[in-house]
Design a protein around this ligand. Structure first.
Ligand code: SAM
Length: 189
């Protein structure tokens, strides 16, 4: 995703839902000046410990002026927002004309891979989590149904339409890892 949005040295990039900063670090390695934003102080604190410039805020109300960033990225965010169109409109607002938007999210494989994916997310992940700790068991049990619910509500064509309605063009949806991953990129005209 970072490669697909063509980050250039010195670009100002906002990483929304940055969490502990895994995307932030890739953007910084590509030469960007990154602002990492997350609603969770605890998650962001880990990113800041590793060198990020962090700000606690929500994707639905970004504390920035229109067109402030050359690009905005977000990973694993849209499953958590109340309104996908609302979040996309707000994200698009803070990108400059000609700027790029990139997202990575879990996807749901189709065909022969679907039952294998189901077994992985419904059995292997919860059991692996259970073997580590109670919080990891909860995460392991949560993820599969969460991905399924998002895939039902926002299949890639509907998601792309929401991006277009938010004002983005050149929307590219790439299914990766046998459909288990989704990378979407676009440009603000
Ligand atoms: C699974 S983590 C992903 C972190 C990071 N993007 C990554 O790829 O490693 C999801 C993050 O989204 C954040 N988040 C969820 N809803 C949010 C919202 N409405 N606004 C900002 N951050 C949000 C959570 O606090 C969490 O840190």
């Amino acid at each position: 995703m970072v490669g697909d949005i063509s980050v250039e040295t010195g670009d100002r990039v906002l990483d929304v839902a940055a969490g502990t900063g895994s995307i932030t670090r890739r953007l910084a390695a590509a030469g960007a000046e990154v602002v990492s934003l997350d609603q969770s102080y605890e998650m962001l604190a880990r990113a800041v410990e590793r060198g990020a410039a962090g700000i606690v805020a929500t994707a639905e109300q970004l504390p920035f002026a229109d067109g402030e960033f050359d690009a905005v990225t977000f990973g694993y965010l849209l499953r958590y927002v109340d309104s996908v169109p609302g979040a996309m409109t707000e994200i698009t607002r803070v990108v400059r004309p000609g700027g790029r938007v990139g997202m990575v999210e879990f996807g749901r494989p189709s065909g022969i891979w679907r039952p294998l994916w189901w077994g992985f997310t419904r059995i292997i992940l919860p059991v692996a989590g259970w073997m580590i700790s109670r919080p990891w068991r909860d995460v392991g049990s949560f993820l599969g149904p969460s991905i399924d619910a998002f895939a039902d509500r926002w299949p890639p064509p509907r998601l792309a339409a929401a991006w277009e309605e938010a004002g983005l063009i050149d929307i590219t949806v790439v299914r990766m890892s046998l459909g288990g991953g989704l990378v979407v990129t676009a440009t603000k005209p």
